[in-house]
Design a protein around this ligand. Structure first.
Ligand code: 87F
Length: 485
């Protein structure tokens, strides 16, 4: 077979547009860019090397911050006995239909069924109760990098909503409330940094309403964003558990005065959903667009091969690759594909910079750089390549963040009354409005707008109306509302 022609290029590229048919666009994108694949079990995906490399980088980024802060990694069992999972009734309430159970070993029934961990509060706190004795044992700050299973029945979406996913779950115990609450915000800040500084996705920090918080928590903080398809999504959560679990699991310590006290706890988690959020935020109709810091390949070198100048061009490509070893560089010297095919391929894979080098360029002592995000072309002298690429990668990272930030900011709409609220809801806006703080009122809003939910009460509180946008009672705070994932 000869070099692939245009027809096979079209087969390989995306056939749907992000704005016309988001769901099909996304499904094609994650498969054609070789990020993930479906499996025989609905809702369970294969993380192919290209997306797993991103998870590795996210993990390194967070893990470094956790460790600097004094958190230690550990591993707890995958199986949780039913009696243990059901110990703190309030927190599993509502979640029980999602728990997957192991009931048999071979043909024999187990004496007690075992949950496949949906989250590890219960199994970890059972150990914590044994390990915590005195104030000297505190703070106890452990994190796990693991997988969890939640048998959701909502439509699965690779990365965004899968039945098995990868995450980290941090679970900590402190001797006093203030220290614990300080950590809640410290971790939330690491989550913001991961999204904003690594994935170039802008976030809103805030506190969940009573209705939307984790039932086992005293309060829940989160980072939230607004996708370019007009839907909001929760990025990650950091919970202050107060003494809810320490009382249920008997996590007690003797304080300095010899008095028995219950520990103050937090839990916090960041999942592989972040990869999906990043993809949807930046990618376009040609495929992935990756922020340089998370791109497994930052620069792809495509040598323009003609029989006559082949040796010289390939040698120069190799030489350039070597000189760029500060970056994640790949040379695509495959001869069975045309240059045009390769351009499409690496665009589909979202590589931030393409470097083209042909015989004419060598004559001029230059290479051609093409930006994936804007399509902009630059002619750069060999001597300036390293510096130019370094700056360009930074520039792309920044510009992707700015673009997403602009979208987020410009999507915010502040309705003056309920009528305008419903209008903005139909226009898929990110609504910022005063609210009374009552759960029933929030439920009514959700019911009357076909599913608009509160995202969070932003820490950054704007000065807006003093009456609830729905019921007219005194407003407690400004809240973000949107349709969400
Ligand atoms: C599904 C089945 C059983 C979520 C579940 O957010 C229990 C649960 O407790 C459950 N789905 N949750 C809440 C998880 C809370 C918390 N856990 C640690 C986090 C961050 C990490």
């Amino acid at each position: 077979m000869g070099k692939s022609d245009d027809s096979s290029t079209n087969l390989k590229g995306l056939t749907e547009k992000k704005t016309d048919n988001f769901s099909e666009w996304y499904t094609q994108l994650i498969q054609k860019a070789e990020l993930a694949d479906y499996s025989k079990v609905s809702g369970c995906i294969v993380f192919r090397p290209y997306s797993y490399a991103m998870w590795d980088m996210i993990r390194d980024f967070l893990d470094e911050r956790f460790k600097k802060s004094g958190v230690e990694n550990a591993y707890f069992p995958l199986f949780i006995p039913e009696s243990l999972l059901m110990k703190e009734q309030e927190h599993v309430e509502g979640f029980t239909p999602e728990v997957a159970w192991v009931t048999h070993a071979g043909d024999s029934k187990l004496s007690e069924r075992l949950a496949v961990r949906p989250t590890s509060e219960t199994i970890m706190y059972d150990s914590y109760a044994k390990w915590v004795r005195s104030h000297n044992d505190l703070p106890l700050r452990l994190n796990q990098w693991n997988n969890v299973v939640r048998w959701e029945f909502k439509y699965p979406m690779p990365f965004l909503r899968t039945r098995e996913f990868l995450w980290q779950e941090g679970h900590t115990v402190f001797a006093n409330k203030e220290e614990a609450e300080k950590e809640v915000l410290e971790i939330l800040e690491y989550y913001r940094q991961t999204y904003e500084d690594l994935l170039a996705v802008p976030m809103i920090k805030g506190k969940k309403t009573e209705k939307e918080k984790f039932a086992g928590a005293a309060y829940t903080t989160s980072v939230e964003t607004f996708l370019p398809i007009g839907k909001a999504i929760q990025g990650a959560t950091s919970h202050f558990l107060g003494q809810n679990f320490s009382k249920a699991f008997d996590i007690k310590f003797l304080d300095e005065n010899g008095k028995n006290q219950y520990g103050w706890q937090n839990s916090w988690g960041f999942t592989t959903r972040s990869i999906g959020v990043m993809i949807i935020t930046h990618s376009d109709d040609k495929g992935l667009v990756l922020p340089p810091r998370i791109a497994p390949v930052q620069v792809v070198i495509v040598p323009i091969i003609f029989e006559k100048s082949k040796k010289e061009v390939l040698e120069k490509a190799k030489e350039i690759e070597k000189s760029l070893d500060n970056f994640r560089v790949k040379t695509d010297a495959r001869e069975e594909y045309s240059s045009g095919w390769k351009y499409n391929h690496w665009e589909l894979k979202g590589v931030p910079i393409r470097l083209e080098i042909g015989p004419k360029d060598i004559e001029k002592n230059q290479a051609v750089l093409v930006r994936r995000d804007t399509g902009e072309k630059l002619f750069v002298k060999f001597d300036d390549l390293e510096k130019t690429i370094e700056n360009l990668l930074e520039e792309i990272q920044k510009s992707l963040f700015e673009k997403a930030k602009k979208w987020l900011t410009e999507s915010i709409a502040e309705p003056k009354d309920w009528n305008e609220f419903t209008k903005f809801a139909k226009e898929k806006k990110l609504i910022l409005a005063p609210h009374c703080g009552e759960t029933e009122c929030e439920e009514l809003i959700k019911f009357e707008t076909e599913g608009i939910k509160t995202l969070c009460v932003p820490f950054d509180q704007p000065k807006i109306g003093d009456k609830c946008i729905k019921c007219g009672k005194p407003s407690q705070h400004a809240v973000y509302f949107a349709k969400s994932y």
